[in-house]
Ligand binder design. Structure first.
Ligand code: CP
Length: 338
């Protein structure tokens, strides 16, 4: 898919009052909307920095529809929904009637008839969540949990929350490097969009040309390409290492994983070129010894497991806000309570 299509604002995710009713992509959302998600997520931590439980979605039903594998996203959405006191159903797609030829539309309409309020959707096809929100179930809050190479908006927001909590610097002052397989990464695309919207002015993409998407120059403001790792990580505050997406590579983009590690693997020598308090992030799952050295992944500058915990708070925020936005869109509530 061409980047121009992916960057067009998606107004479908906002209600008439400009509040979220679906969460499909970062593109097209304002700084105020992203900040509201971050502030709401932060409000789900107590003074001891522990996640709280609240009755915000009591009586509501969240259905997890994962047409593609997941460890972190599916489980943290379930944990988030439970912390909001919602009912959670994890639909076993592999054992559903889609395997007998039932269409996606029919599967979703049947699930809607079971009184679903929110669908959390992961799909290997770019645009799947958007299609469901627009054409299949517009009155259900649709949350995109990752669609093909297109978008992973809750991953981007948990990354932004982690950066905000761990660096304590305004986004405007940060130097952020994203390293690796940009071409096949929905995380890179959503992270760059979120960083731009939140005001970051120094976003560095570090990759060989073979792992850049067609139309890279359309990423827009404040994004620079580095082919040399040492140049790209110099003085950075945040380094985000990405997984080599072997399952999405249909032609050899690299001579070998060992070659990638030699050229772009995050090791101690390269991390030493960044700011001394630079944080290291990775969305997972990690290929240790390919894009990141184990000593870095498990080291003092790594905030990789903090990202997972922050993912619960961000997913709580997105579920609560989208549910409120849907209720507002349907005239069930007057105003957004936050
Ligand atoms: N980061 C991420 O999306 O991980 P999972 O594929 O395990 O959900």
């Amino acid at each position: 898919m061409h980047l121009a299509a992916l960057h067009s604002p998606s107004q479908i995710q906002l209600n008439q009052q400009g509040n979220l009713k679906h969460f499909l992509t970062i593109e097209g959302l304002s700084k105020e909307t992203l900040t509201k998600i971050l502030d709401t997520a932060q409000s789900f931590f107590n003074d001891q920095n522990q996640l709280i439980t609240t009755p915000l979605l009591e009586g509501r039903t969240v259905m997890n529809l994962f047409f593609e594998n997941s460890t972190r996203t599916r489980t943290t959405f379930e944990a988030a929904a439970k912390r909001l006191s919602a009912n959670v159903l994890n639909i076993d797609i592999a054992r559903s009637s889609t395997s007998k030829g039932e269409t996606l539309r029919d599967t979703l309409w049947n699930l809607e008839a079971m009184a679903a309020d929110i669908f959390v959707v992961r799909h290997s096809s770019s645009g799947a969540a958007h299609f469901i929100a627009k054409d299949v179930c517009p009155n259900i809050a649709i949350i995109n949990a990752g669609d093909g190479r297109h978008a992973h908006p809750t991953q981007a927001m948990l990354d932004m929350l982690t950066i905000r909590r761990e660096t304590k610097k305004p986004f405007e002052d940060l130097k952020v490097a994203i390293i690796g397989d940009i071409k096949h990464s929905r995380v890179a695309r959503s992270d760059i969009a979120a960083l731009q919207t939140l005001g970051c002015r120094d976003i560095r993409v570090i990759a060989p040309n073979t792992l850049l998407p067609v139309g890279f120059d359309e990423y827009g403001d404040h994004v620079r390409l580095f082919n040399k790792m040492d140049d790209g990580v110099k003085d950075c505050d945040v380094i985000i290492a990405l997984r080599i997406q072997n399952e999405r590579i249909d032609s050899p983009a690299l001579s070998s994983q060992a070659e990638f590690y030699r050229m772009y693997g995050l090791n101690q020598e390269r991390l030493a070129l960044a700011q001394p308090d630079c944080i290291v992030m990775h969305p997972g799952p990690m290929n240790r010894g390919v894009e990141i050295d184990s000593a870095i992944a498990d080291g003092p500058q790594s905030v990789i497991l903090n990202q997972v915990t922050n993912g619960i708070a961000v997913r709580m925020a997105v579920l609560a806000l989208a549910m409120q936005g849907q209720a507002q869109a349907q005239g069930l509530i007057e105003a957004i309570a936050n």
